[in-house]
Design a protein around this ligand. Structure first.
Ligand SMILES: [Zn+2]
Ligand SMILES: [Zn+2]
Length: 252
C-alpha cells in the first residue's frame, strides 16, 4: 500500500478516535474520569491527531450537550430538520461553535458543568496560524510521498477531517440508517457493524442511552472506542463510571 494512503487512513482513525474518546465521551458526556495529567495528555493528543481541524474540547462539549438537550428543535445547534442542506447545517454548526469559543454565545450553566478547559493551550491551538501550520505539513508530506498529483485531492479532507466526521453523524446519522429504538428525534444507526466511524455511527442507540460508554446495543454492534475505554480503565489511566456501564436514558 502506498505511504499516502496509509497516512490518510491513520489520520482518519486517530482524529476520529480523539473526537469520540476525548471530546464526545469524556468532555461532553463524562462517561469516565481521569486525573489532570491524563486530561492534559489527551488534550495534546487530540491537538496533534486533529491537527488543522482541531476543535476546542470545551466548546465542542457545550455544543454537543445542547444537541442532546434540544435534539431536532430550533435550538439544536445542528439538525437536518432545521437546515436547508448539509452545507447550511455545517455553517450554522461552525457559527455556534465559534460563538461558544469566543464567548459571544453564553451557554446555560447545565451545559458548562464539569467541562474540561485549558484556555492557555486553546489560545494558540484553535488559531488560523495553527491550522495553516498543519496544512503546510500535510502538503509537504504529499509532495514527498504522493505517487501523482491526483492524490492531492485528499489534502482538503485532512484539513477538514473533524467537521467531516461531525457531519457524517450530525447529518447522515440523523437521516439514514435503522432504528433500534423509537424516539421523538431523527437519530439512526448508520450501519450494523460500524467500522468506518469507530462506533459513533450507532447514533440511535446513543441518543437513547446517552450516558452509556458502549454505543453498541446488539452483540454485532461492535464499538471499537469502547474496547479502548475498557483497556485504559484496566490500566488505571481512566476510571469508567458505574452508571456508564448501565442503560440510563436521556441524560447528557
Ligand atoms: Zn444526534
Ligand atoms: Zn452524545
Amino acid at each position: 500500500m502506498n505511504t499516502v494512503l496509509i497516512f490518510f487512513i491513520t489520520h482518519w482513525y486517530l482524529s476520529l478516535f480523539s473526537q469520540s474518546f476525548f471530546d464526545h465521551r469524556y468532555a461532553a458526556h463524562r462517561d469516565f474520569t481521569m486525573n489532570k495529567f491524563w486530561e492534559r495528555f489527551f488534550y495534546i493528543f487530540t491537538y496533534i491527531t486533529q491537527g488543522a481541524s482541531y476543535m476546542s474540547p470545551r466548546a465542542y462539549a457545550i455544543m454537543h450537550r445542547m444537541h442532546h438537550a434540544y435534539t431536532d428543535t430550533e435550538n439544536d445547534p445542528h439538525s437536518p430538520r432545521h437546515s436547508k442542506g448539509v452545507i447550511d447545517m455545517m455553517l450554522r454548526t461552525n457559527r455556534i461553535y465559534l460563538g461558544i469559543l469566543k464567548g459571544t454565545i453564553v451557554p446555560e450553566s447545565q451545559f458548562t458543568k464539569l467541562v474540561p478547559d485549558w484556555p492557555a493551550f486553546d489560545k494558540f491551538a484553535v488559531t488560523y496560524a495553527s491550522s495553516i501550520f498543519w496544512t503546510v505539513l500535510y502538503v509537504i508530506f504529499y509532495i514527498n510521498y504522493a505517487p501523482n498529483y491526483w492524490w492531492f485531492l485528499l489534502v482538503p479532507i485532512h484539513v477538514l477531517m473533524g467537521p467531516i466526521h461531525g457531519t457524517i453523524i450530525n447529518w447522515f446519522a440523523h437521516k439514514y440508517g435503522y432504528k433500534n429504538f423509537e424516539m421523538d428525534n431523527t437519530a439512526r444507526n448508520l450501519m450494523p457493524v460500524d467500522i468506518f466511524m469507530l462506533g459513533e455511527g450507532y447514533h440511535n442507540n446513543h441518543h437513547k442511552f446517552s450516558t452509556r460508554a458502549n454505543f453498541g446495543y446488539h452483540w454485532y454492534e461492535i464499538d471499537p472506542v469502547y474496547w479502548v475505554i475498557l483497556f485504559l480503565n484496566m490500566l488505571g489511566i481512566i476510571q469508567l463510571k458505574k452508571e456508564s456501564k448501565a442503560f440510563v436514558e436521556n441524560v447528557f
